[in-house]
Design a binder for this molecule. Structure first.
Ligand SMILES: [Fe+2]
Length: 311
């Protein structure tokens, strides 16, 4: 039996109202990424093995604080599937980055997903699309932060809670957005426990994806199981304009001491075209992979915590 066009869509439960909500409100949808066959353990194992070392982020979490302690690791001689097993028993994060740059199959999938969104949302036009895979240990956390581009999170295996906070200056003021955009902070923001009284907890299960408003603060907590998730990023003109305005205001605050810069993101009143072009070039550089000079451990599924540290 051949699948109907609707059955081939990646988003399984799209409704017309979602077009108005996308990017502006939190939106949880059902997806069919797993049915592509690209996210089985064996397919992901091959993907990990193909990943250029500079795009394979691997960090272990600090025992004392639970925070990623910026200890960087490498695959060593481990196979991709063994690496997944090691993460399942350990306290690690693996980030397979910029897959569209080095795997045509996944690039085609990324295009398919955004073609589908663009077909369903007239006027929604994206560029600088990005796809990555996050494989993280049971109970791993991502701390309170915000992202600079449009972002969606697609669950493949395991369960996690995504805590989404209101997009208001109480939870993150413009100065903190500027800090993120100017790369003065590692995207962690001031966080108070009482913020959680105002957060929505969304449990993400395999086959579900979520998006949220631009710059909305969030944090993520894995449940007690291995988590495999796909992250997709995108830019639209609207997102780029918001970036440029906040960025421009951040520069003005720092160089001219202007206190009440406007954050209206329509029109080009804040930055001249030439400055915008320069900024865009800079942004292109910012999104490339991290340069890791030293690796501190190698992954090992047979080791007690799934890794062997180098002396
Ligand atoms: Fe995020």
């Amino acid at each position: 039996m051949t699948a109907t066009a609707e059955e081939r869509e990646i988003i399984a439960d799209w409704q017309p109202r979602h077009a108005a909500l996308f990017g502006h409100e939190r939106l949880k949808l059902n997806h069919r990424l797993r049915e592509t066959g690209l996210f089985s353990r064996s397919a992901l194992g091959r993907l990990i093995e193909q990943c250029p070392p500079e795009e394979l982020g691997l960090e272990s979490m600090c025992h004392e604080t639970d925070k990623p302690d910026r200890i960087q690791g490498e695959l060593g001689g481990s196979s991709g599937e063994d690496a997944i097993r090691a993460i399942e028993k350990g306290r690690m994060w693996m980030n397979v980055r910029r897959i569209m740059d080095w795997s045509p199959e996944y690039r085609a999938l990324l295009d398919q997903v955004f073609d589908e969104f663009e077909r369903r949302m007239p006027g929604f036009s994206t560029f600088k699309r990005n796809i990555g895979v996050l494989i993280s240990s049971p109970n791993a956390k991502v701390y309170y932060h915000a992202d600079i581009q449009g972002q969606s999170l697609w669950q493949i295996e395991g369960q996690k809670s995504v805590f989404l906070y209101p997009r208001s200056s109480v939870f993150m003021d413009d100065r903190n957005i500027e800090k993120i955009l100017l790369r003065e902070t590692d995207e962690d923001l001031p966080y108070e426990l009482w913020y959680d009284d105002y957060a929505d907890e969304i449990v993400l299960k395999p086959g579900e994806m979520i998006t949220w408003p631009l710059y909305a603060p969030h944090r993520v907590q894995n449940h007690d199981c291995l988590n495999i998730s796909v992250t997709m990023e995108h830019w639209t003109r609207e997102i780029r304009n918001a970036y440029a305005v906040h960025y421009g205001n951040g520069v003005m605050r720092r160089t001219l001491g202007i206190k009440n810069a406007s954050t209206r993101d329509r029109g080009l009143h804040v930055y001249p075209k030439a400055a915008s072009a320069l900024l865009w070039k800079r942004l292109g550089r910012q999104t490339s992979g991290d340069v890791v000079k030293q690796r501190h451990f190698r992954i090992d599924a047979d080791a007690p915590e799934g890794l062997v540290t180098y002396a």
